[in-house]
Design a protein around this ligand. Structure first.
Ligand code: CLR
Length: 417
């Protein structure tokens, strides 16, 4: 379902194929969890009221407040709507491409609806891979720091790469539980016809960056705990100089105001080119701002959701699936092999709880050991580097996952579970 035209795109596709990325992804995609919800009903406030002022890493909550996803997988959930990036790469005009980049950046928030649960905090060195032969992309995420918890991620497809770090600052204020995102996210887009940069030169790709807006759980003391996502997102096309300011409105008293977004896309000479509007929880539209009578057109629409345990989206249900062809080829550090999260997914809450304690103790013992021997921890697949375009420090993928995986070298390279 994707369209490729340039030699650069074909070269990128060739690499993904040559590295046997899709080996293991032969099974049908799991889109739902079977289990009925048999969790004990506990009020969130009754557990949280003694934890005002704390951040999430310092809260010990009963495991029934978890959902069977890891924060690595939650960062991968963004890719549910990555066909917006495929679409952007088919467009010749830079401000028009920005519309689809913006819709992609907003589309990830729809998966937060109804998900008032704590994802598993990944263990240091935990990884998660995911690939879609039907859409031609692959993703790798690794937990690169434990204190503070930081994940690095790279997704690659023939016409784009999406990468960045998830580094969240969480705090429970009593009335709300707030999540601030500190990391920067990037898209390198390889449009079929290339890009004209600010110096008028034709180059093969352009780089966008932005920071994620804040998530906030409201209605904890009274009412229904609900998630809101709000703030100002600034998306920059560093190559062409286009710029977008994108406002996610804070939820007001009326439920109809929930999820409202409004944005403006400017070309590098400061001219308003498009306005973008709609709701991150349903649909996003755009309108040509240079023509007074232009009609708005639909850019993105949320997928249907099957009701299931933990309110996962169908896409999220596919992430942790223990597919028989896949389990033997993934790295031994992959979330799919994490025993406590697997027990949680199977509805075995007591086992989940004891296994969680065990793997966390194991992680602590490994850290003690490193401290005693004076060893510095280095992530396996990412390294900190200066970004070639923005000059910011970011986690650079070392391009050393998929080939060793293909050669079976990641089956035993580390013991974290
Ligand atoms: C939002 C979309 C981003 C990645 C991301 C990171 C942190 C996630 C957040 C998302 C959604 C909300 C989240 C948060 C961590 C904790 C918080 C899951 C997925 C939950 C709702 C906090 C619940 C805490 C109570 C149960 C105590 O791309």
């Amino acid at each position: 379902g994707f369209e490729l035209s340039s030699p650069k795109q074909l070269e990128r596709l060739e690499k993904i194929k040559k590295e046997e990325t899709f080996k293991g992804y032969e099974d049908p995609i799991r889109t739902t969890l079977k289990k009925e919800d048999n969790r004990p009903k506990i009020s969130l406030w009754s557990v949280l009221k003694s934890m005002v002022g704390k951040d999430m890493t310092k809260m010990t909550l009963p495991v029934v407040f978890n959902e069977p996803t890891s924060l690595l997988q939650r960062s991968v959930e963004v890719l549910e709507y990555c066909s917006l990036l495929d679409k952007a790469a088919t467009i010749d005009d830079s401000p028009t491409r920005m519309i689809y980049i913006a819709a992609f950046a907003a589309s990830e928030y729809v998966s937060t609806v109804g998900r008032i649960a704590k994802p598993f905090n990944p263990l240091l060195g935990e990884t998660f891979e995911y690939a879609r032969p039907d859409q031609g992309y692959r993703v790798l995420a690794e937990q690169v720091s434990h204190h503070p918890p930081i994940s690095a991620l790279i997704a690659e497809s023939p016409s784009w790469s999406y990468y960045g770090e998830s580094n969240v600052d969480t705090k429970f204020f009593g009335r709300s539980f707030d999540i601030k995102h500190l990391g920067t996210w990037y898209v390198d887009l390889y449009p079929g016809k290339g890009v004209v940069d600010q110096k008028g030169q034709r180059v093969d790709h352009e780089t966008y960056s932005w920071k994620k807006i804040r998530n906030s759980v409201i209605g904890i003391i009274v009412g229904n705990p609900t998630i809101d996502n709000y703030g100002e997102m600034e998306i920059r096309n560093h190559t062409t100089g286009d710029y977008m300011s994108f406002n996610f409105k804070q939820r007001g008293w009326r439920a109809s105001s929930a999820g409202e977004v409004k944005g403006e896309i400017y070309s590098n000479d400061g001219k308003l080119k498009y306005t973008v509007g709609g709701h991150w929880n349903s649909k996003i539209f755009a309108k040509d701002a240079t023509k007074p009578d232009a009609a708005k057109f639909l850019v993105w629409e949320a997928n249907e959701r099957t009701e299931m345990m933990f309110h996962l989206t169908n896409f999220a249900a596919s992430l942790n699936a223990p597919q028989p062809h896949l389990l033997p080829v993934i790295a031994c550090t992959d979330t799919r092999l994490r025993p406590d999260q697997r027990a949680m997914e199977n509805g075995e809450y007591d086992l989940a709880s004891t296994e969680k304690t065990r793997v966390e103790n194991k992680q602590r013992a490994a850290r003690k050991q490193r401290e005693l021997s004076g060893e510095k921890y280095e992530p396996t697949f990412f390294v900190q580097a200066k970004h070639p375009v923005t000059g910011e420090i970011y986690w650079k993928y070392k391009d050393n996952y998929w080939v060793p995986r293909k050669e079976g070298k990641l089956r035993n390279y580390k013991d974290i579970f």
